[in-house]
Design a protein around this ligand. Structure first.
Ligand SMILES: [Zn+2]
Length: 123
């Protein structure tokens, strides 16, 4: 039986969906240097290929969008308790979404990989 906690841990730790050992990302990216996170082409442990075809990760943009919207809603509800000005809230949400952008990039690809690669990983 698949444990969802273990699954979530693998996604957050960016582990390979097949062997759960190798790392998916080579670098985690740097917002200040405008560097997007870099992926390994193949898993260093089991040689599993992460990007099946060009444009494979196109759909992860929608996952990323959903993540970002979810985060913004939570943040808005939290800030709304302490900040009275909507302009301030919008600016703070803008700054926060920049800060989490590389995390969202990695996380959305990890979720994408686990949706399409992770389900039959025990086979
Ligand atoms: Zn692997």
């Amino acid at each position: 039986m698949t444990s969802y906690i273990a699954l979530l841990k693998n996604i957050l730790n960016e582990k390979c969906p097949k062997c759960e050992q190798g790392k998916v990302f080579a670098t985690s990216g740097n917002l200040l240097l405008l560097r997007i996170p870099k992926m390994h082409e193949n898993c260093s442990t089991c040689n599993h290929k992460f990007e099946k075809e060009p444009g494979y990760f196109f759909g992860s943009m929608f996952v990323s969008y959903a993540l970002a919207v979810g985060e913004m809603i939570v943040l808005f509800l939290l800030l709304n308790l302490f900040v009275s000005s909507y302009i301030t809230i919008i600016i703070l949400i803008g700054i926060a979404s920049l800060i989490v952008s590389t995390f969202n990039f990695r996380c959305s690809r990890m979720i994408w990989i686990y949706i399409f690669d992770g389900m039959n990983r025990k086979l």
